[in-house]
Design a protein around this ligand. Structure first.
Ligand SMILES: Cc1ncc(COP(=O)(O)O)c(C=O)c1O
Length: 372
């Protein structure tokens, strides 16, 4: 039986066009982009070109893009860099209870060195109420960080409304767009963000490359100090092949965004079939109309997530709970959404991708029906 990959929110395969584009920069064009000789010939130019492609997907200027080693570095850069830069002005950061650990862990670290962090509640669909953000703002608030779309359940946040509030109060606004990039529109102006993080491996580029959008004039210290790469904002010799890859992936994403309806249809078909089979024994963990088009987070009532996955080993998907010393614990996201334990322990995230076919979804449905 052939394997079926339904875990694109964890990581995507690298697009063949992306692979083709990056290969020369591993082989004959291996030179340091800062050198002036034949081995680095056009490295500077291709890096600038890639920067332009990332900027074009985000709707910003090329000089507002800093390449990073991924989403985690971009998020760390935002939190630590803004805190370092603005701590004389204030120490308060507003975020949510459903962020990725690449936000919550640096927040915890900043709390240990004097920051005050408010973690906003979400509703039962995983959405933040923008009015609640208003209530949390104080004189010392220096940053609001709310993810664009959640990695586990796929819920999309009302980012543009939050952006309006941030602008009204003159507070820097960051969004972690690692999961939304390439799946839905991510235009920095429309979203009203000063800072935005992306991760290449969620976008058909390799793992270990990402980017941070820093709006011109945003006060933020570097995270990595050293030589003057990336206009002094991120030291380290540029990873030319991966940067080229991210540029190509962003170019392709612009094209694929127009295909999101077909992924949504496939995801909805998957859900409708599960509902036909299991009736009340399967529930959605969020509303599909609040959700990324590729994500289906469901709970099978009365069965444990890990047990489900062990019965369908040819299907790659994720659970929403983990077993710690014999006790099953729901993920912090499901907990924050108030999902009951007997429901959440059966949570499975299926996430579709560009290459997922209807035949694969139908086969997955048959496998699930047979074994669960
Ligand atoms: C929402 C979100 N933010 C950040 C990250 C971290 O990105 P990276 O793996 O590139 O460090 C991930 C990856 O799972 C993610 O889903």
């Amino acid at each position: 039986m052939e394997n079926i990959y339904l875990d694109h929110n964890a990581s995507t395969p690298i697009d063949q066009e992306v692979v083709n584009e990056m290969i020369p920069y591993f082989t004959n064009q291996f030179g340091n982009p800062s050198s002036g000789h034949w081995a680095s010939q056009d490295a500077k130019e291709v890096i600038d070109n890639a920067r332009g492609k990332v900027a074009s997907l985000l709707g910003c200027h090329a000089d507002e893009i800093v390449f990073t080693s991924g989403g985690s570095e971009a998020n760390n850069h935002v939190l630590k860099g803004v805190y370092t830069s603005l701590k004389q002005k204030g120490n308060h950061i507003i975020t949510t209870k459903i962020e990725h650990p690449a936000i919550t862990a640096p927040c915890k670290y900043l709390e240990s060195i004097g920051a005050e962090v408010s973690y906003l509640e979400v509703d039962s669909y995983g959405r933040v109420n923008p009015e609640q953000i208003k209530q949390e703002i104080k004189d010392t608030t220096i940053l609001i960080s709310v993810m664009h779309a959640n990695n586990e359940v796929g819920t999309i946040q009302p980012i543009d409304e939050i952006g309006e509030i941030a602008k009204q109060y003159g507070i820097l606004f960051h969004t972690d767009a690692a999961q939304s990039i390439g799946k839905i529109t991510t235009n920095v102006d429309r979203m009203g963000v000063n800072l935005l993080s992306i991760a290449g491996h969620k976008l058909y580029a390799p793992k270990g490359i990402g980017a941070l959008f820093i709006k011109r004039g945003t006060p933020i210290s570097p995270l990595i100090h050293g030589a003057g790469h990336e206009q002094g904002r991120r030291a380290g010799t540029e990873n030319t092949p991966y940067i080229v890859a991210l540029g190509k992936a962003c170019e392709l994403a612009t094209e694929y965004l127009s295909h999101s309806d077909s992924i949504r249809e496939l995801r909805n078909h998957f859900w409708n079939e599960l509902l036909k089979i299991y009736g009340e024994k399967v529930v959605l963990n969020t509303r599909l109309d609040y959700c990324l088009p590729n994500t289906l987070s469901v709970s099978f009532i009365g069965v444990e997530g890990a047990e489900i996955l062990s019965k369908i080993p040819e299907i790659a998907a994720s659970t929403g709970s983990a077993c710690h010393s014999g006790n099953i614990e729901l993920s912090s996201v499901l907990k924050a959404m108030g999902i009951k334990e007997h429901v959440g322990i059966g949570a499975i995230r299926f996430s579709l991708g560009r290459t997922t076919t209807k035949e694969e979804i139908n086969r997955a449905i048959d496998i699930i029906r047979e074994r669960i």
